[in-house]
Design a protein around this ligand. Sequence first.
Ligand code: C5P
Length: 183
Amino acid sequence: YAIADAAQKAGAEVTLISGPVNIIPPKGCQLVSVTNAQEMHHESLKRATDATVFIACAAVADYRVADIAEQKIKKSAETMQIKLVKNPDIVADVAALKDKPFTVGFAAETQDVEQYALSKLKRKNLDMIAANNVAAEGQGFNSDNNSLLVCGEKSKTEIPLATKSQVAEALVNLIYQEQENNR
Ligand code: C5P
């Protein structure tokens, strides 16, 4: 939400494809509400080729339940197994489009942040990746602050610890510069 706000304030026309959250969407953004990964995948791919930049910052579930029970599952056995199937990788599918937008992914890591981020950049064919160390105290999850290591194919920039809106503003500026350089 902070990134959508920063991009919108920087003059971009923003579509925010969002799962259910209890924060108010920034004014001026077009909000597309989804409730699961498949819907987010569908709505993202539908719009991606019309976009200049695609930023994938949602923490999408890697798996979903294979069969959704129509009725409440009654308790019986001592243990139970739930079969999961893989969700589509939204950002990788956007980056695989022939007419792909400048594609930015995120990486939440607990160790070897740069190395994992760079391998994700390559593997998913991204133009940029913003990595955060979620093991570090006082930033990332459950915090209003964050810091990022942002890597492009040849660039590497650290955005130091600041509020999420300040970090988002710096990230939007970096994306703009990198995208201009890649033209
Ligand atoms: O592979 P991993 O989940 O660590 O990669 C994180 C990046 O991939 C984030 O940009 C996230 O939004 C995106 N992602 C996605 N679709 C998924 C899982 C992750 O677009 N199913």
